[in-house]
Design a protein around this ligand. Sequence first.
Ligand SMILES: [Fe+2]
Length: 303
Amino acid sequence: MPSTQVPSPGLPIIQAFFDEPTNTISYLVADPATRQAAVIDPVLDYDHRSGTVDVGSVDAILAAAAAEGFTIVWALETHAHADHLSGAPYIKAKTGAAIGIGEHIKDVQKIFRPLFNLAELRTDGSDFDRLFADGERFPLGELEFEVMHTPGHTPADIVYRIGDAAFVGDTLFMPDYGTARADFPGGDARTLYRSIRRLLSLPGETRLFLCHDYKAPGRDHYAWETTVAEQRAANVHVGAEAGEDEFVAMREARDATLAAPTLLLPSIQVNIRAGRFPEAESNGVHYLRVPVTAKPGAELALT
Ligand SMILES: [Fe+2]
């Protein structure tokens, strides 16, 4: 069930939607005055074993918006996700919402175009409707989003600030869980640390809404809302005591132990095109690609 928060004047209405298969939180954010709304980081249901997509998760958000009389005008991505496919194109098809992402998605497209040999992929970001620069502002009814570029997890991560809320994507997790990995192509632990420090220079009462939660050891429930003050005081990776070099050493050592996300390959090749699948082939079927590589000594297996 989504959780709803009733806002004070001038603040957005925020509903959170948790997708347990991918541990992702999507948000429906609305201006109470005009009922204009944005969806942040919508999830397309995707069963990789059967190659089947479904829209139950996005439909739940659309139904909540309809129940509240919201008009969805934005489908916003904090970054090109590597752990779930984006539901943004479906939202756009159903509502006409514009799809937005950080302008450095162009860098991410340039990184992955050769990896997937996507000759037809444009690397100018034009698959998206809007590319946001650091400091850019854009309206949501009578409210306004402000964008912060927060690279490190990927080169293109952005944070969407509105009222006293900030939607931080994979920049931070809950204080007891720490931070996101920084080892994807184009990611960088030192850059992530500096982005987090900038984020934690916002007013302490700023509410931070996370994109993922995995339950920290000892915590029996999912959580996705915290504050800048709580993160400064208690984040296990970047709290008060953590210096930059210490963080980089910890993050790089930890990342070296992490397996690739289950949906990494399908997610990236879809999400860098604003969530669109490759065109159907001559038999009418859409295909995703798997670049196959051999471990050292196993090259003969690919001949
Ligand atoms: Fe991510």
